[in-house]
Design a protein around this ligand. Structure first.
Ligand code: AMP
Ligand code: MG
Length: 479
């Protein structure tokens, strides 16, 4: 309270709500944040301030440091309890081990948002781990969230990244950081799984009611609101994973504790955007079996939704959830097709045309190994009205694609694309050009870019490339 009275820090006066805190002590542990001896603000996400009703001109770096690094402002620090399936195995030793929920705030859009920390010290869930976040890990999460957001993916963002003192991990000194994540919710599939593990149907009911009231308010008190919640979650997840697949994102660690009940994407550790179309690509080096490979993401998300049925069965009949989940493959395909059609310039084609075009595009990308983003960027940049006159005009100057047998598949692709453009009006062709601009970014966050940004920071403490990359990601889809 003293902090509130003695300062004009605008973060202290937001529209806070004690949503989870007022629910039950069983969902969290109250913790103390680490007391860092050194704090340097490395990233402040001014783009998020308007949602909070704040004007960036009135929020100083000092305000960020006090609120997001010293955790002043009177908010409770709640390390959330959860379990989860990790790599297919149930793990009851999870929970916020290096973060906590640091306030829930009503945005000016009327939605409730969480501030959640990462790297803010040990908690009862740390399992003797250090509770810290490396600076590189923080930089990577900031970049992933912004890249996904500006590609149209529903994702958590980072409000701030603050460098803290270095620490020792595995015998090495590493630069440290603490991050504040801004997301719709930190309730995970694993939050429900834990309640089932302790056989608490009463708390499952309570948490489900809470989740629907806050994150699915249009369903609350409707008839069949519980099954409708599950159906909408299935839809949201199908849409999310379709978006990841279309933008070429591999999350890397799709455990049930990394799945939000709002259907929002979050927690970016060993993620990667694919450089070429390789369905077997895995982002995490420790994922030796390739469980979370790029191509497995839809089926893993489906499996995670199936695991959620167990706790939810305390409230919703399993047979009803099973019937809903059966629609997941069609829903996913529908969303994926929609995303890919946009990337290829079309709003709608017949189902057969859609399948043929997407299959052939993926074959082309797989066989030629042309960059996944590069192909769509070339399409975006080179598309011309002439393409509907003659198939030979299409991508005719792309030497990088044409060698040996690859010529054959490229010719087939050009022929098919030409067929789809035939007899289109000028207006329709202009729409295609516009859609190609909107759906295909000029820049994708590939590993070399991240590594080069990190090298400048690590070797010369030069943050300019990081700032520049963030700017580029923001202007990505604006044509
Ligand atoms: P993640 O792989 O980041 O989703 O984390 C899986 C679990 O490990 C969660 O319970 C985390 O809180 C915990 N965890 C990850 N890294 C650390 C760390 N450095 N210190 C304490 N707990 C951690
Ligand atoms: Mg996690």
């Amino acid at each position: 309270m003293k902090d509130r009275q003695s300062t004009s820090n605008p973060f202290f006066y937001l529209n806070y709500e004690l949503a989870l805190e007022s629910l039950d002590n069983d969902f969290f542990d109250r913790v103390q944040p680490a007391n860092f001896s050194q704090l340097t603000l490395r990233f402040r996400n001014d783009k998020l301030l308007p949602i909070l009703g704040l004007d960036s001109a009135t929020v100083t770096d000092r305000h960020f440091l006090d609120f997001c690094g010293r955790f002043r402002g009177g908010q409770s620090c709640l390390a959330l309890r959860y379990h989860g399936h990790q790599f297919g195995q149930y793990n009851p030793y999870l929970g916020d081990g290096r973060g906590f929920l640091y306030g829930q705030v009503r945005g000016i859009d009327g939605k409730l948002y969480d501030f959640g920390t990462k790297g803010s010290g040990q908690t009862p869930h740390s399992q003797s781990r250090d509770g810290r976040l490396t600076l590189k890990g923080g930089v990577r999460e900031v970049l992933a969230a912004e890249a996904l957001h500006y590609s149209g993916v529903k994702t958590s963002r980072c409000l701030s990244l603050i460098e803290t003192e270095a620490f020792t991990r595995d015998g090495e000194t590493v630069r440290g950081s603490v991050m504040v994540r801004f997301s719709r919710s930190h309730l995970r599939f694993g939050t429900f799984e834990r309640l089932d593990y302790y056989d608490r149907p009463d708390l499952i009911q309570k948490l489900l009611d809470h989740g629907i009231q806050y994150y699915y308010p249009h369903l609350w008190q409707q008839q069949d609101c519980y099954i409708r919640f599950y159906a909408e979650l299935v839809k949201r997840i199908a849409q999310l994973v379709a978006q990841w697949m279309a933008v070429g994102f591999c999350h890397g660690v799709l455990n049930t504790d990394n799945m939000s009940i709002t259907g929002e994407s979050f927690d970016y550790g060993p993620y990667a955007f694919i450089d070429t179309y390789n369905p077997y690509f895995t982002a995490a080096a420790f994922d030796r079996q390739g469980r979370y490979s790029y191509r497995n993401q839809p089926s893993i998300c489906r499996w995670n939704l199936e695991m959620l049925q167990r706790p939810l069965s305390a409230v919703i009949p399993v047979s009803e959830m099973e019937a809903i989940l059966e629609t997941f493959p069609q829903l996913y395909t529908q969303y994926y097709h929609q995303q890919m059609l946009h990337k290829l310039g079309f709003e709608r084609l017949s189902f057969l045309e859609t399948e043929e075009l997407i299959d052939l595009t993926l074959q082309l990308l797989f066989l030629t190994k042309v960059g996944y983003d590069q192909f769509f960027r070339e399409l975006r940049q080179r598309f011309s009205l002439q393409w509907c006159e003659d198939a030979d005009y299409i991508l005719h100057d792309l030497e990088f694609l044409v060698s040996g047998e690859e010529v054959v598949i490229l010719k087939r692709w050009c022929w098919l694309y030409h067929q789809l453009l035939l007899e289109r009006s000028l207006r329709e062709l202009e729409d295609i050009a516009q859609r190609l601009q909107q759906a295909n970014p000029t820049l994708v966050l590939l590993k070399p870019q991240i590594e080069s940004v990190w090298k400048s920071i690590a070797e010369a403490d030069n943050w300019q490339p990081f700032v520049k990359l963030l700017e580029q990601l923001r202007f990505n889809n604006s044509g």
